[in-house]
Design a protein. Structure first.
Length: 242
């Protein structure tokens, strides 16, 4: 990628997990849906989007061959060299952000490699939100009745929680690049006991406002074996092969 190219929006795809709950002989991001690896679909959405300037993927050190096979179809200058993940997702994102810092991008979309059903509108909506806010994430309003338990072992209801104020966080999560890079650097100085389940939580820790952008219900994270059946059926319908 040319050094003089203006880089505004970059995508960082996190794909270094093991995904043991999904089963299979290889990590779930390299298992196929619709004839292509799950990760291929995630990458492809960003490659096709006209406002994404560069893409970097964080992978596990054991998966280099799997990753190289996954992207062999892509002849695209948007794809940057991969970086290796850490022992926790948070560390993997930190590594990925550092690997892209030399590009001096304005914004970064951080996405789970195992979410293959993002779409152009969602990316557009996040980009639009980040013209006003330092952070915006894909999320869905909670529609189920939510019960809080007394303890996780016994699973007896303690109380009901008002779902009117609850959203389920998803990815992509988009941030001002310098702000999220600095936030990751700052929390890394606080020790291994301060781990966050997503990058929006890091912004929350520093009291930085994050806008919720409504996602689609299709934007699932492949987690269990039955998710592959659903994904294959969805792609078959989309491709007219049912």
């Amino acid at each position: 990628m040319a050094n003089d190219m203006t880089i505004k929006n970059v995508a960082l795809i996190v794909a270094s997990g093991r995904g043991s709950r999904a089963g299979g002989d290889v990590p779930k991001q390299y298992q196929c849906i619709g004839g292509k690896p799950v990760l291929w679909h995630s990458i492809n959405h960003f490659i096709k989007h006209k406002n994404i300037d560069a893409i970097s993927v964080v992978i596990h050190p054991d998966d280099v061959e799997l990753y190289e096979k996954c992207i062999v179809d892509f002849d695209d200058i948007k794809i940057l060299p991969f970086s290796f993940g850490g022992t926790e997702r948070q560390y993997s994102v930190t590594h990925g952000l550092k690997s892209m810092a030399h590009l001096h991008p304005q914004n970064v979309l951080i996405h789970d490699g195992a979410r293959p059903f993002i779409n152009t509108k969602l990316i557009d909506d996040l980009i639009l939100a980040c013209e006003e806010y330092l952070g915006a994430i894909a999320a869905m309003p909670v529609t189920d009745s939510i019960k809080q338990v007394k303890n996780s072992a016994d699973a007896f209801i303690d109380k009901s929680v008002d779902r009117a104020f609850l959203w389920a966080a998803k990815t992509p999560q988009m941030f001002d690049f310098n702000t999220i890079l600095r936030a990751h650097a700052d929390v890394s100085q606080l020790g291994d006991n301060l781990l966050f389940t997503d990058d929006a939580a890091i912004f929350e820790h520093f009291d930085i406002a994050v806008k919720l952008v409504k996602s689609s219900s299709d934007n699932i994270k492949i987690t269990h074996p039955e998710d592959f059946k659903w994904a294959n059926a969805k792609l078959a319908i989309e491709n007219g092969t049912t």
